[in-house]
Design a protein around this ligand. Sequence first.
Ligand code: KIV
Ligand code: ZN
Length: 384
Amino acid sequence: MRTIEIFDTTLRDGEQSPGVNISTNEKVEIALQLEKLGVTRIEAGFAAASPGDQKSVAEVAKRVKNSTIVSLARAVKDDMDKAYEALRNAENASLHVFLATSPIHREFKLNMSKEQVLQRAVEAVTYAKKYFKEVQFSAEDAARTEIDFLKQVVEAVIKAGATTVNIPDTVGYMTPIEYGNIFRELKKVPGADLIRLSCHCHDDLGMAVANSLAAIEGGATQVEGTINGIGERAGNAALEEVALALETRKDYYQATTKLNLKEIARTSQLVSRLTGMIVPGNKAVVGANAFAHESGIHQDGVLKNVTTYEIIRPESVGFKSNKLVLGKHSGRHAFKEKLVELGVTLEQEEVNAAFAAFKILCDKKKEITDDDILALVDTKMERG
Ligand code: KIV
Ligand code: ZN
C-alpha cells in the first residue's frame, strides 16, 4: 500500500477563487485545522503577491508545527527572497517555485524560447536551494507541454536539487488517461524515483479529481488540491474527494493518505464559512445531501443495512449520522422510524391514517419537517 502525500493549497490557489479574500487571522485558523486534518504541506500563500500575503505566510509559519509550510514564488529572485523572509520562523518550510513550460505560455505570456525556459528553471531551483532544503518546482501548464521538453525540464530541475516536481494541469484540459500517461512517462526520467512527483489539477471540465486519481495510478506520490475544491475559475481538485476515493477504493488504488478523515466535515465547514463559498448540497463527501436518503426504497434498504446505499459512513468523515429525509418518495418504513424518533406511539391503524395524510402533504410541500409530522399526527388524533 503506497502513502500519498497531501499538499493543500486552499490558502493560495483556493484564495484565488474570484471574490474570496481570507484575512491573516482566518488563514491561521484554517491552517491550524488543516494541521489537525493531517495534511503534509500547507501552501499558506504567495509571499510576493502583497504585504498582506507575506504577513499571512509568516503568521501561519509561526503557528503551525506539524505540517510543512510552503510559499509560492515566481522564478525570480525577489519573489524567492520574500518567501524566504516569510518562512524564516517555520519549523518545516518549503519553497514552491513555478515557471510555465507550454508552447502557449512560452510564446504568448513569457516570450521565451525552450532554452531560456530550461535555463531559468534551473537557475531558480539553484537559487532556492541556497535557502531551502525542500524545493518544489512546478512546470506551469505542464499538461499542455511537449512531453519531450517536459522530460528535459524535469530532469534538469531534479539535477539542480528540486525535491518535488509538480505537473499542473493548469487549465483543467486533461482527460484521466492522458494525464496518467504523462506521469508514466515522467517516471522514466533519471532521478524521478528519488523525488516527489506531484499532481495539481483544475476542474474546468469537471475532471480534477478523476485526473488526480489517474495521476496516482500513473505514479504521482503527492496530490495537490483544496478543501471543497475551491480555487481559480472552476476550482481545484477537492482533497476530501481524492482522500475518500483512495480510502473507499483501497482495494483498487492500493494507496492511501495519512489524513485524519474524521476532521473532514469540520474542515469543510470552516473553509466554507471563512471564504463565504457555499458547499452545494449534492457535493460529494461534504454536501448536506451526501448522506441523506429520500426515496422509500433507499430508506428501507438503509434501515435494513446501511451498505445497501452508502459506500462511506458519515461518521468516518466527521458527520453525526446519515439522514432520512421525508418527502413524497419516502416510504412507510422511514415514516415509522421518524415517529419513533419523535417519541410518538400509534396503533397500526393510526399509523396508516397518518401516513396517508403525510403523502397528501408531500404533494403540497417540498420539505417535511418534524413539526409538520407532529402537527399532522396531532390533527389525526384529535379527529380520532
Ligand atoms: O495551476 C497552476 O499551474 C498553479 C501553479 C502555480 C502550480 O497553481
Ligand atoms: Zn493551480
